[in-house]
Design a protein around this ligand. Structure first.
Ligand code: UDP
Length: 443
């Protein structure tokens, strides 16, 4: 560091899919000699005892009792309004006590936008860290554009007609379409950066999302570092808010190679009883071994799996495991796993790509519909499913045993190889992390 001491203040979002990559980024940068403070909300706080190398700064959000139940817009507003005063106070403290050779740099999660304005107000350089797919950002910006022009394309209309350099996603794949347009516009205005950062950091791999990344570079004219998949750039970290049920690993050891379907809809999505019952019947009728993560509270109206009737439980018995939370990265890396039925959150997508596992795509919202489109139409390693028991049964068999499954697996393994090249010495993600270090030192 040439005698310089740089404190990086990382402002993490309290969502699992955002917190994990932020802690991974912090771990990597700490290993390169940077001092790391993790500023976090009280709601879904990280466990400091698992990361002794970091300083932690709790920010009082008053959200612990309500969480996301207030709705995403209110949640983000309250989170950002409440966290700002303490962060600013802390930054002023460290600015006033820093020595000549010390500098302070902010890296904030894109949902913690208050930190960008706090940094600007105090004259500190700041980075925006984006843990969704890179295509998410130019994609949601199409919505205000269409609204201004009074255009209402058909659901299946390809958005390439409007932004030619983007992948072939449709109008209905755009994010935030599950709410009234006024709310969609409010949400987009909220999360669109008002002051450009000195750079963006994306948890993605350059070759996966070149066109979307080019759009961000053109629009902001600042460096865009593509340093993913971050879980492959650091040692394994304990970052789960829920306890992992590791019993599934010894169960997997007893299964035949590539025979198991792993099912998870991530940390946020919820389903109604009808959808969950169709999933259960599809799994039962496919007669394939499975691990199904049913997160407590993810089936609306139930604490856990009380919605399963006895007949269904009998059908599933002996063939699979239902767990509350799995060690997902280890599960996907296990030889017995042959397919991942997923909501297509970006972390899950990257974790599956890194292991060469083909996917069944059941997207719910945000960037998941775009990711599902990438998986099924661009990379061709996933099938989009409509959740009805017969279709699921067929899709599971297609992915695990059919010729189509074999072709998808071959393509998935090709992508896995390219990801390995990207993260190894001289690869795009490896180089981008090096460039990021140099860039931070130059500030
Ligand atoms: N995850 C896990 N165990 C589970 C389900 C999910 O460890 O049983 C992890 C998964 O590995 C991923 C994260 O939770 O890192 C989910 O992030 P993603 O972006 O896929 O979806 P989100 O939860 O944000 O919708």
């Amino acid at each position: 560091m040439g005698g310089k001491r740089i404190r990086l203040v990382l402002i993490a979002s309290p969502l699992q899919g955002h917190m994990t990559p932020m802690l991974q980024l912090g771990t990597y940068l700490h290993s390169k000699g940077f001092l790391i403070t993790i500023a976090h909300s009280e709601f879904n706080r990280p466990d400091p005892s698992k990361h002794p190398e970091f300083c932690f700064l709790p920010l009082c959000d008053h959200l612990s009792r309500v969480g996301l139940s207030v709705g995403v817009i209110k949640f983000l507003q309250v989170l950002n309004d409440n966290c700002k005063p303490r962060l600013k106070e802390y930054l002023i403290e460290i600015i006033n006590t820093r020595k000549d050779n010390e500098s302070i740099v902010i890296i904030h999660d894109n949902l913690m936008f208050f930190a960008g304005s706090a940094a600007s107000e105090l004259g500190l350089p700041f980075f925006i860290f984006r843990s969704s797919s890179a295509v998410f950002y130019p994609a949601y910006k199409i919505i205000p554009l269409l609204h201004q022009e009074g255009r209402f394309p058909a659901q299946d209309c390809l958005m390439q007609e409007i932004v030619p350099e983007l992948p072939p996603f449709r109008y209905k794949d755009l994010p935030f379409m599950d709410r009234p347009i006024e709310q969609t516009l409010e949400l987009i205005a909220m999360i669109t950066p008002h002051t450009p950062p000195c750079a963006f950091i994306h948890n993605t791999v350059e070759f996966l999302e070149q066109s979307a990344l080019a759009r961000t570079r053109n629009r902001y004219q600042v460096p865009v570092f593509t340093i993913g998949p971050l879980h492959k750039m650091t040692r394994p970290l304990a970052t789960s808010f829920l306890e992992e049920d590791t019993s599934c690993m010894s169960w997997l050891d007893k299964q035949t190679p590539k025979s198991v379907i792993y099912v998870s809809i991530g940390s946020l999505a919820t389903m109604d009883e009808k959808l969950s019952t169709e999933m259960a019947w599809g799994l039962a009728n496919s007669k394939q071994p499975f691990i199904w993560v049913v997160r407590p509270g993810s089936v609306r109206g139930y604490e856990w799996i009380e919605f399963l009737e006895q007949g269904l439980i009998n059908e599933m018995k002996g063939r699979g495991l239902i767990v509350k939370w799995a060690p997902q990265k280890e599960v996907l890396a296990h030889f017995a796993v042959g397919g991942f039925w997923s909501h297509c959150g970006w972390n899950s997508t990257l974790e599956s790509l890194s292991q060469g596992v083909p996917m069944l795509c059941q997207p719910f919202n945000t960037d998941q519909l775009l990711n599902a489109r990438y998986l099924s139409y661009v990379w061709k390693i996933g099938v989009e499913i409509v959740v009805e028991r017969e279709e699921i049964e067929g899709a599971i068999k297609r992915v695990l045993v059919g010729i189509q499954g074999e072709e998808m697996r071959n393509r998935a393994m090709e992508i896995q190889e390219k990801v390995k090249v990207a993260i190894n010495y001289g690869g795009s993600s490896h180089n981008s992390l090096k460039d990021l270090e140099v860039f931070i030192l130059s500030l």
